[in-house]
Design a protein around this ligand. Sequence first.
Ligand code: AMP
Ligand code: MG
Length: 390
Amino acid sequence: MISVSDALNTLFDLVAPLEVETVPLRAAAGRVLAEPVSANRDQPPFAASAMDGYAMKAAEVERDAMFKVIGESAAGHGFEGRVGPGQAVRIFTGAPVPDGADFVVIQEDTSVTGSLLTITDHPGPGHNIRAKGGDFQIGTTVDAPRVLTPADVALLAAMNIAEVPVRRRPTVALISTGDELVMPGESPGPDQIIASNTFGLDAMLAAAGAESRILPIARDTESSLRMALDLAQNADLIVTIGGASVGDHDLVAGVTEGLGMSRAFYKVAMRPGKPLMAGTLGRSAMVGLPGNPVSAMVCGHVFLLPMLRVMQGLPAMDHQPATANLAHELPANGPRTHYMRARLSGGDLHVFDDQDSARLTLLSEANALAIRPPHDPSRSKGEPLTYIVI
Ligand code: AMP
Ligand code: MG
């Protein structure tokens, strides 16, 4: 058995950042920006009014001062002329501040009769003008790699970047194995259960930027498994679920070996999820996950999500695992890294008593996996423990 970190390093060697493709801006959210992009315009492109009011010379602004209103500057329709001494221009939010003016008195601080404007209140110190290029300037860069958020999309739009270079989405083929499995919505026989892992992993991987496919369930025969693997062969990553340990019906190791898989490792010292194999099959990376629903999902968090990050050109690890204080004591851990379902609430970590790797209800209740390193000593209430958010 190898450690989780050795397993991760080996998995990272099986994958590499995918090609760069260009997508329209509306398709860019959630994608990984592949190259830095920069603005070829200033925003705002002119000094712009931040308020509705009157533009004039700052030096003339004082309570009771009077001005002649000589025109109007609206958003999209600036005032062509110049503001001279004793003059003001009616101005609206987002409109260009006319030449000669460097202050906007808000309309609430004024009164107007005909074209005669009087400042009726003491204007505050703010000029109410957004400087040209105050948000960004020509050459301002959005760094890569980064997962583009809705805010990033708004920024790219403002920069007039209509086409965005992103990493291709990793394609993932998910294969459940087992005679006992039927698809959700089908009628299971008396000895059958519903395939759940592929659906949980599909949702998890799609949310992390993958284009995943759920292939037909492979039965516990070599030919059925071979057929499913054949359908999977153009995926960047093939994930099999179940059939990965050493039972009589566990065929994944033998069949993939027969198909020429170069095996990178087999078995990781972790709980849940001990039987886990990885290697290269044709042009695809292949990971064989354990069948127990919780094991498969935990392995998804621990191994598959970092692999997807690498394939999308991101650093493998998002950030250091967070820590939170234990809400209660915990007994010592055994020789394998244990990912324990837990609930983080009010800043404290509540680790569930029952860690049965077949119980999806407990995984669904959990919002964190507490990480216990091998041989972690017993912990007392209030001690910090690392965790990952799930
Ligand atoms: P295996 O590794 O094939 O022996 O499977 C271990 C356990 O996980 C068995 O109880 C299987 O029924 C169950 N299992 C395997 N694959 C799935 C799946 N896709 N969805 C739900 N349970 C599964
Ligand atoms: Mg099985």
